[in-house]
Design a protein around this ligand. Structure first.
Ligand SMILES: [Zn+2]
Ligand SMILES: [Zn+2]
Length: 145
């Protein structure tokens, strides 16, 4: 048994300079346990954990945690924003055109090479948003049968 302990969710919130509330702890845990949930999915997960929370409060907490870098927001075109707990590695996403399911895709070559633009126009770049579109296995099977 090791003596070092992983920070609790509450400690992570505090470490990010955020006020710790039961709803924020529940929200962070919901996003991390979930698979690219949209705000509605997050709200229902938070309600399962702490009871009633207003949609407004969910949006505020999502905004605060995203701004603090604890969660990441992705917004595939034509789909509601999704939230995930995997942050800081600039991974990409593959999105199904038919059912909207989202899956993680690592950078094709090692260390976030997509951050190295062929021409950065003098910007200091910290994120590259790459979304691969296509049909998920379920949807392509449904189409071909
Ligand atoms: Zn699909
Ligand atoms: Zn992801």
């Amino acid at each position: 048994m090791t003596a070092s302990h992983a920070p609790t969710t509450a400690e992570e919130l505090r470490g990010a300079g955020l006020r710790v509330t039961a709803a924020r702890v529940a929200l962070l845990e919901t996003v991390r346990d979930g698979d690219h949930l949209d705000a509605e999915g997050v709200a229902s997960g938070v309600r399962d954990r702490v009871g009633h929370i207003s949609v407004q409060a969910v949006y505020e907490a999502l905004h605060a945690l995203t701004a603090a870098g604890l969660i990441r927001r992705i917004e595939p075109a034509g789909s509601p924003a999704r939230f995930e707990g995997r942050v800081g590695d600039n991974h990409h996403h593959v999105v199904c055109r038919s059912c909207g399911v989202v899956a993680d895709v690592d950078c094709a070559v090692d260390e976030a090479p997509c951050l190295t633009a062929s021409d950065d126009h003098g910007f200091s770049i910290d994120e590259a948003e790459v979304i691969y579109w296509g049909l998920c296995p379920d949807c392509s099977t449904a189409r071909s049968s």
